[in-house]
Design a protein around this ligand. Sequence first.
Ligand SMILES: Nc1ncnc2c1ncn2[C@@H]1O[C@H](COP(=O)(O)OP(=O)(O)OP(=O)(O)O)[C@@H](O)[C@H]1O
Ligand SMILES: [Mg+2]
Length: 247
Amino acid sequence: MKVSPPREKGADDVVLALDGVSRVYGTEVEVRALDDVSLDIRAGEFLSIVGPSGSGKSTMLGLLGVLDLPTEGAIRVRGTDVTRLADAERSRLRGEAIGFVFQQFHLIPHLTALGNVETALLYRGLTPRERRTRAMSALEQVGLGERHDHRPVQMSGGEQQRVAIARAISTDPGVVLADEPTGALDSSNAENVMQIFADLQSPERAICIVTHDMHVADATRRRISMLDGRIVADEALNGGSGMGVDS
Ligand SMILES: Nc1ncnc2c1ncn2[C@@H]1O[C@H](COP(=O)(O)OP(=O)(O)OP(=O)(O)O)[C@@H](O)[C@H]1O
Ligand SMILES: [Mg+2]
């Protein structure tokens, strides 16, 4: 069983926050996908967001990840309200602070695993050698160092998702956000991917996973439940060591 490390000084730092955030889609017919939501994500947290289809989970994750902007309210990345920044500055902060993992992996088919991870490291002033070293290190962290020259078609769904996770962590972000990262996987690959997330969580790196799957949520330490665009529960869980390993 993985025991949570002692909290270090500064571990309570809020890395990502929503403050009174609403998101309304459409003009003629308005859909209030998110309704006055406030949420703090702290350094080192391992949390899940659950709720029925249409409850606003992806909308909330897109706002947390600054892929979208709210109709009302503030999004704070390490204390800075990014809704007030110019586009270029907002993109820069997002690129530095946040890594994403998607349900369908979003890998580039003609690139190797290493090539896919390296794409996240472009335009950062790194030499090709530095990019390669960092990408290899990220692949090793997800247990795929030896598969670095394989293309997505040569890998299982679970392995492809691990490449996508390596890509997300290669920039060393303070938060990794994942929308249904196990949604396209069978249960054993899903378990494997959740174990990787559990292993990657550290005092410096928060991980936030949107999921339909209660087993996945049970592998995290904090579960946020959504309904009709609102947070209806925010609970501490005592699991957090992978799926069904310690219960
Ligand atoms: N681009 C959009 N334009 C209009 N309405 C949208 C858009 N995206 C989402 N919605 C609506 O906002 C609400 C919340 O959607 P969201 O995708 O956040 O839900 P979800 O909880 O992620 O659902 P699922 O579990 O099915 O992925 C839904 O009513 C949805 O139809
Ligand atoms: Mg969704």
